[in-house]
Design a protein around this ligand. Structure first.
Ligand SMILES: [Zn+2]
Length: 97
């Protein structure tokens, strides 16, 4: 269910309550002062929640936003010889650093 924002006229903190879209009241009782807190116009917050689907979506999104960083060169296969970068025989005669 989506969250809806409410705020009373007495200056209490804003409230967020979840209601079904078909049963949203125009006002609720303010827990701070007891007066009626009117519904505010807010952005839709349907993505807020903690479910397996939301965790999967967050994990999938994080691979694009914050991919895991490799901290070192992966270990080679032990005695694997370095393969030459070039097969051109003239490159072997170039000076080595
Ligand atoms: Zn209040």
């Amino acid at each position: 269910m989506p969250l809806y924002g409410f705020r009373c006229d007495q200056g209490c903190a804003a409230l967020d309550r979840s209601f079904a879209m078909s049963a949203v009241p125009d006002g609720i009782d303010c827990p701070g002062c007891g007066s009626t807190a009117k519904r505010r116009i807010t952005a839709v917050q349907i993505g807020v929640g903690d479910s397996a689907a939301m965790r999967l979506q967050d994990a999938t999104r994080s691979t694009a936003d914050a991919p895991r960083v490799v901290s070192g060169v992966p270990a080679s296969g032990g005695s694997a010889r370095r393969r030459p970068v070039s097969t051109d025989p003239r490159h072997r005669r170039l000076p080595r650093p």
